[in-house]
Design a binder for this molecule. Structure first.
Ligand SMILES: *Cc1c(COP(=O)(O)O)cnc(C)c1O
Length: 715
C-alpha cells in the first residue's frame, strides 16, 4: 500500500543521519504533530535553542535544520536532556505506531474531509473555528484510536495575514509556505515518483499531488495542484484558503471532494464512511456515485449507495457558510459527470436544491450534503434546532422537528489547550489517569479539593505570562506600523499583570458583534478606568472583502487615542492559533457576544474554561447548554427583537454584569484570594470540562453519527 509511510520514514532517516546519536529520536518526533501534545514535547524543542525555536515559528523540522553543531552537541552531552528526550520519545512511540494504525484503517476507514485544519500554528492551512475544530477532532481520534484518515488541501500561501496601519486600517498579505520546511512528505507511487491524481474540473483534468502530514495516528492527506503539468490557473487553485473568485472556489471544492475520494482510493484507503465536515467537501458523494455508475448502477441506486457511506456535519447558519452557485456555473464545473451518471445535468443539480425542479434555484453545498448523507448533525443542541428549522423543507417535512438532523456539540482537545501550569495543578489534584478520562464528570469533581490559594496562584501566573507575551507582541506590532517611538515604548508598560483581564478574540464577522464592546463608550471607558479597572485584549481578522468588519476594527483601534485607556486596551494583530493559545490560557474572562441564533457553537470559550477562565457570553451555541447559573455569566438570547433592540438589550446586560458582578467579585479578596471568583472557576471546571472535551465529542460521533445504520436499500 502506497500511503506515504515509506516516504515519511525516508524523511525521518535523512534527519537522523545528521543528528548526534543520543538525539536521534528528535527526528521522528519532529515529523509527527503528536510532539505538540505529548507532555514535555514542545519544551524539548524549545530547550535546544529558545531563540531558534521562536524564529522557526515553533516548527521542529525547521529548527532541527537550522541548529548549529554546537547547539546539538551541547544537548547530546546533557544527561538530563537526553533522559527527558527518552521519556518523551517513549510516550510518543506508545501513542504512535504507524504500521498498526495503517492496519486498523484496513478494517474500515472513516475518511474525514474538511477544507481547513488547524493542527499547529506552524502549519498555516486554517482560517478559524472550523479548522480549529477539525484539528482537534483528528488529535482526539488519534488518542481514542479511531481508524480515521483525513483529507484537505495544501494551500501554499495559506490564509491571509493581518497588518494594521496607524489609522487602524487592515491590510492583508500572504506568506508562501515551503512544504520542504514542514512535517509533510510527498506521497510517491511504485516508481518512486510523486503520485499524481487526475481530477476532472469543468472539461479538463487537473493533476494533484498528495502531501502526507501525520497527526498522531491519523494521516492527513493534503492535495496540491501546484504541479508543473497544470496551467498557471490550475496551479493557483490550491494557493489560498477560501479564494474570492467563485470559479476557483468551486474548483477547490472539486479537488477536495472528488480529488479526496480519488486520492484515498489510489492509496488503498477506500473509505467505509466519509465524514463531510461542512459542505465544502460535498462533491465527494458525487464521486462515490460515479464509481457506482461505472460499475453499472443506475443513477438513483448510485446516489443511494453513496448516501449509505456518507455522514455530514453542518457548521453554521450564516448564509456565507452555506454557499450556493448559479446552476450554469455548477453545471460547467461538473463537466461530464452527469452523463457518466447517465442523467441530465439538471438531475444532478437538483440534489443541491431545496426544491428540485426549480431551475431558478441556485444549488448549494449544504443541501447537497444533506441529501446525499445517511446522517446529518449540527454542532450544538441549539444549532441542531436552528438547522432543522432552516433545512426541513429539504426533507419535505412540514414539521421542522421531524427533520433528520441531530447534533453533536463541539468539544476541544484538552491536551492541546490546557496550559502546562494548569495541567501540573490538575495532575496533582485529580485522580490518576484523569487525562485519559477527561469526559468523565467523576474525575472533575475532585476540583473542589484544590486549595483556593493554589488554584489562584496558577491563574495569576497564567495572566502574568500572557501580559508579558502581549507586551512583546504589541511592541513589535507598533514598530511594524511605524508608530512614534514613545508610543512604541509604552507597549512595554501597557497592561498590568494583576488587573482583571477580558479577552475577545475571533474572526471579525458581523454576527460576532465585536462592536457591542463599545456600544456605550462612556460606560465602557468607565469600566476601563474605574477604581477596580478591567483591561481588554482584542484580536481578530476581518475577511478581506468585509468592509463593515474592517471599519469595526478601525473604530476599536481608535481607542488607543483615548486618555487613560491606551494602557488598558490592546489590539493584537494577526490572530492565529499561537495567539489563541496564550489568550485562552491567561484571560480571566472570555467574552462572546454573537447575535443569537447565529453562533452554531463557538469553541474558544471552552479552551478558556479548561484553563480556569470564566465565560461572559450570550446564551447561544455551546454556552446555551453549558451555563447553569453557577459557572459564569450569561446574556439571555433574545431572538424576538429587531437587530437594533437586540444590540441595545444585550449591551445593557453585558455592561450591567460587568459592573455589578464580574468586577466586584474579582475585587473582593480574602488573604489576597478572591474566594467567590475561585468558586466560580471550580464550578466552571467541574461542569464545562467533562462535557466539552473533544473526548466526549469524538465518542459521540462514533456512537451516534458514524454508527447510524445505512438506510434500507430503496428507501
Ligand atoms: C478556537 C479558535 C477559533 C474558534 O473560536 P470561536 O469561539 O468559534 O469564535 C478561531 N480561531 C482560532 C485561532 C482558534 O484557536
Amino acid at each position: 500500500m502506497r500511503d506515504g509511510r515509506d516516504d515519511l520514514r525516508w524523511a525521518v532517516r535523512q534527519r537522523e543521519l545528521r543528528l548526534p546519536e543520543p538525539l536521534v529520536p528528535l527526528a521522528r518526533l519532529a515529523r509527527n504533530y503528536r510532539w505538540s501534545w505529548t507532555r514535555g514535547g514542545p519544551q524539548l524543542f524549545a530547550h535546544l535553542s529558545p531563540h531558534g525555536w521562536e524564529r522557526a515559528g515553533e516548527n521542529p523540522v525547521r529548527l532541527l535544520r537550522d541548529l548549529s553543531v554546537a547547539e546539538l552537541e551541547t544537548a547530546a552531552e546533557d544527561p538530563g536532556y537526553v533522559a527527558e528526550l527518552q521519556r518523551v520519545a517513549a510516550a510518543f512511540d506508545e501513542a504512535v505506531d504507524l504500521d498498526e494504525a495503517a492496519a486498523a484503517l484496513q478494517e474500515g476507514t472513516i475518511a474525514f474531509l474538511c477544507a481547513e485544519y488547524a493542527v499547529h500554528s506552524s502549519l498555516p492551512i486554517y482560517s478559524g473555528g472550523l479548522g480549529a475544530l477539525a484539528g482537534d477532532i483528528l488529535k482526539e481520534a488519534s488518542d481514542l484510536r479511531v481508524p480515521m484518515a483525513a483529507v484537505g488541501l495544501f494551500y501554499d500561501q495559506g490564509y491571509f495575514h493581518q497588518r494594521l496601519d496607524p489609522s487602524g486600517q487592515q491590510h492583508e498579505y500572504w506568506i508562501p509556505t515551503h512544504a520542504e520546511d514542514l512535517a509533510a512528505v510527498l506521497v510517491t507511487d511504485e516508481s518512486g515518483h510523486p503520485m499524481e491524481i487526475g481530477v476532472p474540473v469543468e472539461d479538463r483534468e487537473v493533476a494533484v499531488r498528495v502531501w502526507r502530514v501525520d497527526v498522531g495516528r491519523v494521516p492527513l492527506f493534503l492535495l496540491d495542484s501546484d504541479v508543473a503539468v497544470n496551467t498557471p490557473y490550475d496551479r493557483w487553485i490550491t494557493s489560498r484558503l477560501y479564494v474570492s473568485d467563485r470559479d476557483l472556489r468551486l474548483a477547490q471544492y472539486t479537488l477536495l471532494g472528488v480529488g479526496g475520494v480519488r486520492a484515498l482510493e489510489a492509496m488503498g484507503l477506500g473509505p467505509a464512511t466519509i465524514h463531510l465536515n461542512e459542505g465544502h467537501a460535498a462533491l465527494a458523494t458525487l464521486e462515490l456515485a460515479r464509481g457506482e455508475a461505472a460499475a453499472g448502477a443506475p443513477f438513483a441506486e448510485a446516489i443511494e449507495a453513496a448516501r449509505r457511506r456518507t455522514v455530514f456535519t453542518t457548521h453554521t447558519p450564516v448564509p456565507a457558510g452555506n454557499e450556493t452557485y448559479p446552476g450554469e456555473q455548477m453545471r460547467a464545473m461538473l463537466g461530464s459527470l452527469p452523463s457518466e451518471l447517465g442523467v441530465e445535468p439538471e438531475q444532478v443539480l437538483d440534489l443541491g436544491r431545496v426544491n428540485p425542479g426549480d431551475h431558478d434555484e441556485w444549488p448549494g453545498m449544504t443541501v447537497l450534503g444533506l441529501r446525499t448523507s445517511r446522517a446529518a448533525n449540527g454542532v450544538s443542541r441549539e444549532h441542531g434546532r436552528v438547522a432543522r428549522g432552516m433545512w426541513h423543507p429539504v426533507f419535505g417535512d412540514a414539521d421542522p422537528e421531524a427533520a433528520p438532523i441531530g447534533h453533536v456539540t463541539n468539544g476541544v482537545h484538552h491536551p492541546t489547550w490546557i496550559a502546562p501550569a494548569m495541567r501540573r495543578l490538575l495532575d496533582e489534584h485529580l485522580p490518576e489517569g484523569w487525562f485519559e478520562r477527561a469526559d468523565d464528570p467523576a474525575v472533575w469533581s475532585a476540583v473542589d479539593e484544590i486549595p483556593d490559594a493554589a488554584l489562584w496562584r496558577v491563574r495569576e501566573e497564567l495572566r502574568a505570562d500572557l501580559i508579558e507575551f502581549v507586551r512583546e507582541r504589541s511592541l513589535r506590532d507598533r514598530l511594524g506600523r511605524s508608530e512614534p517611538r514613545d508610543y512604541v515604548e509604552a507597549a512595554a508598560r501597557a497592561l498590568d499583570p494583576g488587573t482583571l483581564t477580558l479577552g475577545f478574540a475571533r474572526r471579525v464577522a458581523t454576527y460576532k458583534r465585536l462592536g457591542l464592546l463599545m456600544h456605550d463608550p462612556e460606560r465602557a471607558l468607565a469600566l476601563l478606568d474605574g477604581p477596580n479597572p478591567v483591561q481588554l485584549l482584542i484580536a481578530g481578522k476581518a475577511h478581506p472583502a468585509d468592509d463593515a468588519g474592517k471599519s469595526l476594527v478601525r473604530e476599536l483601534f481608535a481607542l488607543k487615542g483615548a486618555a487613560n485607556v491606551a494602557q488598558r486596551v490592546v489590539f493584537l494583530e494577526d490572530y492565529d492559533l499561537g495567539i489563541a493559545r496564550r489568550l485562552v490560557a491567561g484571560c480571566d474572562v472570555w467574552v462572546n457576544l454573537p447575535r443569537p441564533p447565529m453562533e452554531a457553537s463557538g469553541t474558544s470559550g471552552m479552551k478558556s474554561a479548561f484553563n480556569g477562565g470564566l465565560q461572559l457570553s450570550v446564551a447561544d451555541g455551546w454556552w446555551a447548554e453549558a451555563y447553569d447559573g453557577t459557572n459564569g455569566w450569561s446574556i439571555p438570547a433574545r431572538t424576538d427583537l429587531d437587530e437594533e433592540s437586540q444590540d441595545q438589550q444585550d449591551a445593557e446586560t453585558f455592561y450591567r454584569l460587568l459592573e455589578q458582578e464580574v468586577v466586584p467579585t474579582f475585587a473582593a479578596r480574602e488573604q489576597d484570594v478572591p474566594a467567590d471568583w475561585v468558586r466560580l472557576i471550580k464550578a466552571s471546571l467541574r461542569t464545562v470540562a467533562p462535557r466539552f472535551a473533544a473526548t466526549r465529542m469524538v465518542r459521540e460521533y462514533q456512537d451516534t453519527v458514524y454508527a447510524t445504520p445505512p438506510p434500507p436499500a430503496g428507501a
